[in-house]
Design a binder for this molecule. Structure first.
Ligand SMILES: Nc1ncnc2c1ncn2[C@@H]1O[C@H](COP(=O)(O)OP(=O)(O)O)[C@@H](O)[C@H]1O
Ligand SMILES: [Mg+2]
Length: 505
């Protein structure tokens, strides 16, 4: 799964959460819309302000024409020629700039056929100031411009709208008005739009995050349910799968509700399947327990009658004697098998053991002396501590655990092998180890050693009552005692280790 994912260079980036993605998308879209609206409004505002400025420029041009003489004066005489007229004499830029009702910041250039005069009214002081020669040059390039145009004059003046005209007296003149006001207004609008958008974006981001989190909260509850269920040990034993997504989060009209409802349906299915599995397991266990129980009585009869016949003192042919001996020994073996099955079925049911303090020292002494009797060819060594060790447990069961381990050490090793049994207390556990110097556990068996009917090949041929249930019983009994069993095995040394809880001091 992970291998199929495309690898990014370096460390893989953590994926974006749905919440993050939704919030960023909303904020991003809003930002694009705000920027577009801002740019369009600034452009439109600027265009309309420039239009208005052009109108002012036109009327300033008209007034300037009048100031230069001839315009707006249709009585034939030339007002400008009269002595005492302020504009009397050669027309200059000053005649325009000092004319009546001229707007502040007006700029003028007059060409009377021989020389150029220029000037502009300073916005703040109202004084007429001179232009630099570069500025004059720039303006001179536009003296044929009969419609308003933007020129960049540089320095303090910046951008101007300029327009050239010819007065009635034939004087070529050019007037201009500063664009600084327009620029300032446009900049102000841009700033206001920007600030309002920014505040709007922050508010929208907060609200969007809140709304998305609110909307995704049911999903978290669905996830929590799924997580809780995933932690249940569904593979074994009796598990009740009661956990469900709360009813409020299963409304099929919402997306999350559909997920919740689907999860609940799945849990219902799994629950039914689990119940079916548990029921069938229960049935099998019950069957094994019942069958073993029912087999005990007829087995006891078979054994009893064959023993009775053999000991009756009647003369029987040797074949019949032998057959009776076989019947007896096989019925003993089968009784053991049936007892083992019954015990395992009962342990599977999880029936409570009768826990009480058990003196392990005594138990081991008994078990080793039994083993000695059964296998006089083996060397049996037992190492017990001075103090008696008591574990909490079910005595007959623990007896069986030790008997099984000692039987294995006897059956699965050659005659003459030595077995060492050691009892110690480590921490709050009583530890019993059974070590032999036999051939070791076959490799093929190591993984399934404690499973039912797991036995080595050689055991079949020996016919020594090998069933493969001994270690399964050991594992089940120790587990029922909340203890641990483990094994280490190599040719020449096999050690089983059983740890049981000590009686609390
Ligand atoms: N001490 C041991 N040394 C060698 N092999 C062993 C020893 N204990 C158990 N085994 C192997 O583990 C198998 C399973 O043991 P167990 O469950 O007691 O079944 P069983 O003794 O009836 O065969 C045995 O058949 C044997 O092959
Ligand atoms: Mg055994």
């Amino acid at each position: 799964m992970t291998e199929r994912m495309p690898r990014r260079r370096g460390r893989t980036r953590s994926p974006w959460t749905l919440q993050r993605r939704l919030v960023l998308t909303v904020v991003g879209l809003l930002a694009v819309v705000s920027i577009t609206i801002g740019i369009v409004s600034v452009v439109i505002l600027r265009a309309s302000l420039v239009d208005r400025l052009d109108l002012q420029l036109a009327s300033a041009a008209d007034r300037s024409g009048a100031a230069l003489g001839g315009v707006g004066d249709n009585d034939g005489d030339r007002l400008g020629d009269l002595p005492g007229n302020p504009y009397f004499g050669t027309p200059t830029a000053d005649s325009i700039l000092s004319g009546p009702a001229q707007p502040p910041g007006l700029l003028a250039l007059v060409y009377d056929g021989t020389s150029i005069t220029t000037g502009y009214t300073d916005d703040e002081s109202g004084q007429i100031e001179a232009l630099t020669s570069e500025q004059v040059q720039i303006l001179a390039d536009h003296v044929n411009q009969s419609t308003p145009v933007t020129v960049h004059l540089g320095g303090e003046l910046g951008e101007y709208r300029v327009q050239a005209e010819t007065s009635r007296t034939g004087t070529l003149y050019l007037v201009g008005l500063p664009l600084s006001g327009v620029a300032a207004t446009a900049a102000q609008l841009a700033l206001i739009v920007g600030l309002v958008s920014l505040v709007g974006l922050v508010i929208v981001a907060i609200i969007a995050a809140w709304v998305v989190r609110l909307a995704l909260r049911p999903l978290q509850r669905v996830t929590a349910t799924a997580t809780r269920v995933a932690q249940l040990p569904l593979d074994r034993g009796e598990v009740s799968l009661d956990d469900r997504v709360p009813a409020g989060d299963t409304d099929p009209r919402t997306e999350v509700g559909r997920v919740g409802a689907a999860l609940n349906r799945m849990l219902d299915h799994v629950d039914l399947a689990l119940e079916a599995r548990q029921a069938s397991e229960r049935k099998v266990r019950q069957f094994v327990a019942d069958a073993s129980h029912e087999l005990r009585t007829p087995l006891a009869s078979i054994r009893g009658y064959s023993e009775l016949t053999r000991r009756s003192g009647q003369e029987l042919p040797p074949d019949a004697m032998h057959a009776l001996g076989r019947i007896e020994s096989e019925s003993v073996r089968m009784t053991g098998l049936v007892e083992d099955l019954l015990l395992l079925a009962r342990l599977d049911e999880g029936r409570e053991l009768e826990l009480e303090p058990v003196d392990l020292t005594m138990l081991l002494v008994d078990a080793v002396s039994d083993a000695h009797a059964a296998g006089p060819d083996h060397g049996w060594n037992v190492e017990l501590p001075e103090e008696p060790i008591e574990a909490t447990g079910d005595e007959p069961r623990l007896r069986q655990v030790i008997a099984n381990l000692l039987a294995n050490a006897r059956i699965h090793t050659d005659a003459g092998s030595s077995v060492v049994i050691v009892l110690t207390a480590i921490g709050d556990q009583a530890v019993i180890t059974v070590t032999d110097n036999g051939p070791g556990i076959p490799d093929a068996l190591k993984n399934t050693l404690f499973e039912r009917f797991a036995r080595g090949d050689s055991s079949r041929f020996r016919g020594t009552g090998s069933t493969g249930l001994g270690l399964a019983i050991v594992a089940a009994v120790v587990a029922a005692h909340h203890g641990e069993v483990s094994v280490e095995s190599a040719p020449g040394r096999t050690q089983f280790r059983v740890a049981l809880p000590l009686v609390a001091a």
